[in-house]
Write a protein that binds this ligand. Structure first.
Ligand code: UTP
Length: 388
C-alpha cells in the first residue's frame, strides 16, 4: 500500500466511522432479548446435547478462533495464544483451548451411538494477522498441532488497516511504510472467503460456525449443548453470555434493536436501562457477551457482501515523524480503524442469548495485572480443577 493509497483509505474510514457514530447515536430503541437461562437449559440438557452431538457427528460444525489481535493491554511479546500460563508445567493458551475442545468432542461422542468424534469431524480455522501469522504457524508446528492434526487446522490472515493521528493524518512506520494494524475482529468471514476457506468448509459439509476469541482460557467450544439448544429452539444464531456482576460492569450486553438482535455497549446504556430489573430480580440488560458465538454459514454467506460499520479506536501507535525519529508513545496518540464481530448480530434474524456460568466458562486474559489478567485467569483455571 503506497502512502497516498493509505491516506485515502484513512480519509474514507474516518468519514465512515464518523457517519456511523452520528447515525448510531440517534437510531432505534433497544429492548430486552430473553435469554435461555441456566435453569431453563438444565431441564432440556440431555435433549440439546443429543441434538448437537448428532450434528457434530455429521460434520456440520466448524470452529473459528480469532487470534489476529495485537494484545496490547497484555504487552506480551508474541501471539497471545503462545503465552505459557502454567505454574509448574508448560501450559499455553492455545493448548488450553484445544484441551477444552477435545473435552467437548468426548462428551459429544458419548451421545452418539457407535461414534467417536475426532478432530476430523470438527475443523478449526485460525485467524491471524500479518503481525503474528508466522509466529503462530511456527508455534503450532513446533507443538505438533496439539495432537489435532495439521490437516484439520486452517490458518488464514485478516485484513490490515492504516492508522492515523487525531487529525486524520496517516502515521508512518518508516519513510515508505504506512503504520498498519489488524482491522478488528469483525471481518473474519470475508477474510476466510478471500482465503478460499469457506469453499473448503462447504466441501467438508460445515453448516454452523462456532466463533470464539483466543483470550478466554475457560472457553467451552464445540459445545454440543449450545449447538443443540440453538437448533432445537429454532434459532439461527446463538451467543454465550454471563450474568453481569453489577449494573455498571463494563461489558457489552445482548438486546434487540430495530427488530434484530444486537449487542449494546455498556456506555450506550442509559443509567436507567443499566439498572432496570425483570420480575425475577435479574438485570433486564444483564447478559454480558463473552465472544463465543454460533452462526449459520448460510446467513454468513448472505451477509458477506454487506459493508460493516467502521469504529475508531484510540490507541498508542508507534510511528516515525517527518524528521525520521521513531516514537513509542506511552499514551494514545491516534486512531486505528476496526470492524467488530459484535456488529454482525444486527444483520441476523435472531440470536439466542445462552447463559453460562462465569466460573465454568469465562476466564479472560486481557491485562498485564489485576482484573482479567494472567493471574486471575490462573486462579479461575485452578478453581475449575486444572493443574497448572
Ligand atoms: P480484543 O478486543 O481483546 O483485542 O480482542 P486485542 O487486540 O486482542 O487486545 P488489545 O485490545 O490490543 O489489548 C478480542 C478477540 O478478538 C481477536 C483477538 O485476538 C481476541 O481473540 N481480534 C481482535 C482479532 O482476531 N483481530 C483483531 O483485529 C482484533
Amino acid at each position: 500500500m503506497t502512502r497516498d493509497e493509505a491516506q485515502e483509505l484513512v480519509n474514507d474510514y474516518m468519514q465512515a466511522a464518523r457517519a456511523y457514530k452520528k447515525k448510531a447515536s440517534g437510531e432505534g430503541e433497544i429492548c430486552p432479548l430473553a435469554p435461555l437461562t441456566i435453569e431453563e437449559r438444565k431441564k432440556k440438557e440431555e435433549l440439546y446435547c443429543q441434538k448437537g452431538s448428532e450434528l457434530m457427528a455429521q460434520k456440520e460444525l466448524g470452529l473459528v478462533l480469532l487470534a489476529g489481535g495485537m494484545g496490547t493491554r497484555l504487552g506480551f511479546d508474541g501471539p497471545k495464544g503462545t503465552l505459557n500460563i502454567g505454574r509448574t508445567r508448560e501450559l499455553y493458551i492455545f493448548e488450553c483451548l484445544f484441551h477444552n475442545l477435545k473435552e467437548q468432542l468426548d462428551i459429544a461422542s458419548e451421545h452418539v451411538a457407535g461414534a467417536t468424534l475426532s478432530a476430523a469431524d470438527v475443523p478449526v480455522c485460525i485467524m491471524t494477522s500479518d503481525k503474528n501469522d508466522g509466529a503462530t504457524r511456527t508455534f503450532f508446528r513446533e507443538h505438533d498441532y496439539f495432537g489435532y492434526g495439521e490437516e484439520n487446522i486452517y490458518f488464514f490472515t485478516q485484513e490490515m488497516a492504516p492508522a492515523c493521528d487525531y487529525e486524520g493524518h496517516l502515521l508512518m512506520e518508516d519513510a515508505h511504510t504506512p503504520a498498519t494494524s489488524p482491522n478488528g475482529n469483525g471481518g473474519w468471514y470475508s477474510s476466510m472467503k478471500k482465503a478460499g476457506l469457506t469453499e473448503t468448509l462447504c466441501r467438508r459439509g460445515v453448516k454452523w460456525l462456532n466463533v470464539f476469541g483466543v483470550d478466554n482460557v475457560l472457553a467451552k467450544i464445540a459445545d454440543p449443548v449450545f449447538l443443540g439448544a440453538v437448533v432445537a429452539e429454532n434459532k439461527t444464531s446463538g451467543s454465550k453470555a454471563v450474568a453481569k456482576r453489577s449494573p455498571d460492569e463494563k461489558v457489552g450486553v445482548m438486546c434487540e434493536k430495530n427488530g434484530h438482535p444486537a449487542i449494546v455497549e455498556y456506555y450506550e446504556l442509559t443509567a436507567r436501562q443499566a439498572e432496570e430489573r425483570n420480575g425475577d430480580g435479574g438485570l433486564t440488560y444483564g447478559m454480558g457477551v463473552i465472544l463465543n458465538y454460533l452462526f449459520r454459514v448460510e446467513d454468513l454467506e448472505r451477509i458477506a457482501g454487506e459493508s460493516m460499520p467502521v469504529h475508531l479506536a484510540e490507541k498508542k501507535i508507534p510511528y516515525m515523524d517527518e524528521q525520521g525519529t521513531f516514537h513509542h508513545p506511552d499514551q494514545p496518540n491516534g486512531y486505528k480503524f476496526e470492524i467488530l464481530i459484535t456488529d454482525l448480530l444486527s444483520y441476523l434474524e435472531d440470536c439466542l442469548p445462552y447463559e453460562v456460568l462465569r466460573r465454568e466458562e469465562f476466564a479472560p486474559v486481557k491485562n498485564r495485572e489485576g482484573a482479567d489478567s494472567v493471574e486471575s485467569a490462573r486462579e479461575l483455571l485452578e478453581a475449575a480443577g486444572v493443574i497448572l
